[in-house]
Write a protein that binds this ligand. Sequence first.
Ligand code: ZN
Length: 219
Amino acid sequence: MCAAKIHDTSHITYESLLEGNQQFVADTLKIDPDYFTQLSNGQKPPVLWIGCADSRVPANQITNTKPGEIFVHRNIANMVVHSDMNMLSVLDYAVNVLGVKHVIVCGHYGCGGVIAASGHEQNGLVDNWLRHIKDVIRLHAAELEAITDQKEKVDRLVELNVIENVHNLTATSIVQNAWKNGKDLSVHGWVYTLSTGFIKDLKVSLNSSQNMDSVFKFR
Ligand SMILES: [Zn+2]
């Protein structure tokens, strides 16, 4: 196996996706003839996943879960940006309508967004989105500057970006109100390793506003 070889996608075409769908339906019905009828009745996922848009980090496959089991929001570099109406709408719906018990921010090592944010090249519009990661760099400058190995430094930045976005979740009125109202809700930070397939739990889980920075705390 050559380490530099990238997964071949040359067989993927517009038509092959539709053929793939036909195959998916046929295979699924063979195992469970009621599968789609039952799924169409509604959803009650216990988890909200906030992950990276990267094609190599699909929430269901890497957690061995099925459709209907994880509510998913993905964007470049798994960000929780307090003014992002898309993320806030997903979070509010997941917590207050679906009643999820867990919100997981899952980053991944080798994240193109994090790598770009750690450098100085322009990449277009996305640089404005990645600006939030530059804030993470500024917040943790002392720790990051002490790491001499470039790969190690970016790996740590991936972790710190997840941790900051878990904190960003707790700073939302949505999560704080859920806790104030006694809802069973936990937030977690994970990192996925592309080269092994394993997820690392950063052990930054929170289920109350008790230990959060007072400046972000609502009454
Ligand atoms: Zn990524």
